[in-house]
Design a protein around this ligand. Structure first.
Ligand code: ZN
Length: 80
């Protein structure tokens, strides 16, 4: 089974496996493309990584800009 590409979105907050030299390990996604731009939440420095490198370094999502997949209970309010 092939691994799904990471469902990364603009403004997601992610935690990286390696800490930035400043000590921060959470980053905000500021650019999506063939390369991913992230900004350190601690020192505000911006880093551009090839998508493959980025995907290998991500540890987990801290906060999603938008939830990945709405579940079935996200139905509109009923009128009864
Ligand atoms: Zn930093």
């Amino acid at each position: 089974m092939p691994t799904k590409p990471l469902d990364i979105q603009l403004n997601d907050i992610i935690q990286m496996r390696k800490k930035h030299p400043c000590g921060g390990d959470t980053w905000q996604v500021v650019r999506i493309g063939a390369e991913i731009g992230i900004r350190c939440m601690q020192c505000n420095r911006k880093v551009i990584l090839p998508r493959s490198t980025f995907e290998r370094r991500v540890k987990r999502f801290v906060e999603r800009a938008t939830p990945p997949e709405p579940l079935s209970d996200a139905s509109p309010p009923s009128k009864d």
